[in-house]
Design a protein around this ligand. Structure first.
Ligand code: S3P
Length: 169
């Protein structure tokens, strides 16, 4: 089973994904990393050169055309579910799991980690939290199409492994 972790920037997809993969003996793939490997550049540089539209087209191509191992945990970029048919594609091709966190929790986790993320570059404090609240409100309709929604804070890999277990085949 391919397990797609989705959710806002900073919700812990990569950190949880790596731990979950090692616990379940699955491969771990980070689509942001895959994007950078396949394009030979950073997301920030790609955004600057091609704009958000160009980035979203390429992101969708990388997401849908990467050859994932059958047993893999896949961490996706925070915006990926909200463009093109990406969310439906993930639901057809694996198990989707939304890691849900409040704007406040996300803002505190993203404080100081905004530089490499073009959408929030230069934002901090209340401005960062307000931006997140607005963006999350737009995105939740997509995120909530996930098969599983879990409150992301305080989730141990053990607990999440138990939650996904009945869905594995
Ligand atoms: C984005 C999230 C980032 C990355 C890009 C855009 C977004 O991924 O894909 O900066 O639109 O939310 P992470 O969620 O892994 O930070």
């Amino acid at each position: 089973m391919k397990i797609f972790l989705i959710g806002f920037m900073g919700c812990g997809k990569t950190t949880l994904g790596k731990k979950l993969a090692s616990k379940m003996d699955y491969a771990f793939i980070d689509v942001d990393k895959e994007f950078e490997n396949q394009t030979g550049t950073t997301i920030a540089a790609y955004f600057a050169a091609h704009g958000e539209d160009g980035f979203r087209r390429k992101e969708s191509e990388v997401l849908q055309q990467t050859d994932y191992p059958e047993k893999s945990i896949i961490a996706t970029g925070g915006g990926a579910p909200c463009f093109f048919d990406n969310m439906d594609w993930m639901n057809k091709n694996g198990l989707t799991l939304y890691l849900s966190l409040s704007p406040k929790a996300l803002a505190s986790r993203l404080e100081g980690a905004a530089e490499e993320r073009p959408l929030i570059k230069g934002l901090k404090g209340q401005q960062l939290e307000d931006f997140i609240a607005g963006k999350l409100a737009e995105r939740e309709a997509y995120y909530n199409k996930a098969e599983l929604v879990i409150a992301g804070l305080n989730q141990t890999p053990e607990k999440v492994a138990q939650i996904v277990e009945p869905y594995l085949k």
